[in-house]
Design a protein around this ligand. Structure first.
Ligand code: ZN
Length: 216
């Protein structure tokens, strides 16, 4: 595999050439990062490849355009209730702009979310626990992705599990789910007393619960 820089319509792209013994024809594709891949037979010359690219410039531009549009739709980054455009760059670290977030091409979003959630969820749990007006045992915290629930409370082990997805939302939702689960340490059910306990610790809970579409 080899790579060269090429220019199409004044824009520079990486052209990656993959030569394979088994490939008879030459063909093109565009990767997510807008690199152009040409696959051809091992006996193909550079000149043949460049002619092939030149001949297909219009097609390449169309494919790049399509890929850009697809990425625009998909590549949003949600963090604490704000939406950012996700831009991949050759930098080392994550950088937040006003409406954009710049990340390295090797960036693993879920790992980053997990790291942030470990810090923020624990901070919020401690904050809500301190403010809690009834005496309850201090719970341990687990964070994971869940499909159907924002939080779970295991009364026996005094363990609260929070959905990692909460990192994408405004902190007010996280705080509500924490209060909800803390209240389960007092009431294992969803009785009237349970909801009274939630309300006493989180007066605005009805609105937030509705917005979260959370009946648990
Ligand atoms: Zn519940």
């Amino acid at each position: 595999m080899s790579a060269v820089k090429i220019k199409i319509n004044d824009e520079e792209y990486n052209l990656i050439i993959e030569k394979k013994r088994s490939t008879k024809n030459m063909y093109l594709r565009i990767k997510d990062n807008l690199d152009i891949y040409v696959t051809c037979n091992i006996f193909c010359s550079d000149k043949e490849i460049m002619n092939f690219v030149k001949k297909n410039e219009n097609g390449i531009l169309k494919m790049i355009d399509k890929m850009k549009k697809k990425k625009e739709k998909e590549e949003y980054f949600y963090y604490l209730g704000k939406r950012y455009d996700l831009i991949y760059l050759n930098n080392k670290d994550i950088n937040f702009g006003e409406e954009k977030v710049f990340v390295p091409t090797s960036f693993n979003i879920d790992n980053w979310y997990k790291k942030e959630a470990l810090r923020i969820f624990q901070e919020e749990l401690d904050k809500m626990y301190r403010k809690f007006i009834y005496h309850i045992p201090y719970p341990s915290l687990t964070i994971r992705k869940m499909k159907t629930r924002w939080g779970v409370c295991n009364v026996k082990t005094k363990r609260i599990t929070l959905n990692l997805e909460l990192i994408k939302k405004d902190k007010v939702y996280l705080d509500y789910v924490i209060v909800h689960e803390l209240s389960h340490l007092l009431y294992a059910n969803h009785s009237k007393d349970f909801w009274k306990c939630v309300e006493n610790n989180f007066p605005d809970y009805k609105k937030i619960r509705k917005e979260l579409k959370y009946d648990e």
